[in-house]
Design a protein around this ligand. Structure first.
Ligand code: ADP
Ligand code: MG
Length: 372
């Protein structure tokens, strides 16, 4: 008699969900990423009871057809990659096709959506303990995902959570990170119908900073930007005649590798050293629009401030790094909260330079009484 058994689908889904959906904030993160991947210009997050009773994310992205909405809630269904090679090139925040089914295995899920050019009515797909339901429903072009009674079916997980206050702080932090990484998108976060965060989506990073902090902080900040590589100089290479031959070229490379290296672009906003915090948690990092935690990049930001930072204080800054997707592995962490660069030193160097240059040209004496 065999002692090894194959697990049924529902059990497999519940176990997998444990990695993706660890707490209310991870649901918010997955849903916001889906909205951004859908090209949303506006993302509204409404939360009740720290996300345990309700998490609702509404976007004005491209929406889904009825067929796609039904597929979306199944496991390993994604519109974002079609094979293993695409994982290397992916530009979207999602690609594993796990979020919606994982959420559905630990909560009641409803997806209401309409794609452009799809008549007047959209689709509502519900997944609950009674199974999946599909019906017509009105919705503007875009998508609303509602998650109710999170972890009611998984009492142990529900018990392992922090206080509602603590769990909501995590949600607020997650939304703040996306707002800072996507200043061109309008974000709104409400908790029990109170607006907690409202970022206008002007494209100005300082406006996102103002939404997350206040006038004192945003008023003492400067934008930063730096580019390294990109290969413009490399196009001269063909001109130096036929004389050289292969050997010659090999050791006379005169920085060929360097100028050929794909561009690292750094953009962000950094507060003056007059506004600091005790905790380094206020250094927000993102890579290709994905909020990440990265000790080396954080150090690079601190190095950019150099001796300007008083004592053991940490700065407030939001820094986004853009690299071609094949220069970074985004698939090294279950929640994709960490990435691995192919050339981490070059990225760190560019970040440090961006911060240093921005602070050296900023008028650091500018007072906090800047008006918005
Ligand atoms: P992934 O994001 O990894 O593809 P998900 O389970 O999060 O997996 O979503 C499955 C699919 O559902 C996505 O690939 C996308 O096609 C669709 N989808 C999910 N959320 C949205 C949304 N807000 N707007 C449009 N399409 C969505
Ligand atoms: Mg997703």
């Amino acid at each position: 008699m065999a002692t090894i058994e194959r697990l049924d689908e529902a059990t497999v889904a519940r176990i997998a969900a444990g990695e993706v959906v660890t707490r209310p904030a991870s649901v918010v993160k997955e849903l916001v990423e889906n909205s951004l991947d859908a090209g949303a210009g506006s993302v509204e997050v409404a939360v009740e009871n720290a996300g345990l009773d309700l998490i609702r994310v509404t976007d004005d992205g491209h929406g889904m057809s009825r067929e796609d909405a039904v597929l979306a809630v199944e496991r390993h269904t994604t519109s974002k990659i079609s094979g293993v090679d695409d994982v290397e090139r992916v530009r979207t925040l999602g690609f594993r096709g796990e979020a919606l089914p994982s959420i559905a295995s630990v909560a009641d899920l409803a997806v209401t959506t309409r794609a452009a050019g799809e008549g007047a009515s959209g689709t509502r797909v519900t997944v609950g303990e009674g199974g999946t339901g599909v019906e017509a429903a009105g919705h503007a072009v875009g998508t609303t995902v509602e998650v109710r009674d999170l972890f009611d079916r998984v009492p142990a997980r529900r018990e392992s959570l922090g206080t509602p206050k603590r769990e909501f702080a995590r949600i607020s932090d997650a939304v703040s990170r996306y707002a800072l990484a996507h200043p061109d998108v309008r974000f709104r976060l409400t908790h029990d119908e109170r607006t907690v965060l409202s970022a206008p989506g002007t494209g100005e990073r300082v406006d996102a900073l103002l939404a997350v902090y206040d006038r004192t902080v945003a008023g003492q900040s400067t934008e930063l930007a730096a580019v390294e590589g990109g290969g413009d100089e490399a196009s001269d290479d063909g001109d130096d005649g036929g004389g050289g031959g292969r050997d010659d070229r090999a050791d006379g490379g005169d920085g060929e590798g360097r100028s050929d290296a794909p561009a690292v672009r750094v953009e962000g906003v950094a507060c003056y050293p007059s506004v600091t915090r005790a905790s380094p948690e206020h250094v927000y990092l993102s890579v290709n629009g994905r909020p990440v935690r990265d000790g080396d990049l954080r150090s690079a930001v601190l190095d950019g401030y150099g001796s300007l930072l008083p004592g053991s204080r940490a700065p407030i800054a939001a820094v986004d790094v853009e690299v071609p997707p094949d220069r970074v592995d985004q698939n090294v962490h279950p929640a994709k909260a960490e990435v691995r660069f192919r050339d981490p030193e070059r990225v760190a160097r560019t970040v440090e330079r961006a911060v240093r240059e921005a602070l050296s040209t900023a008028d650091l004496s500018r007072a906090a009484s800047v008006s918005f």
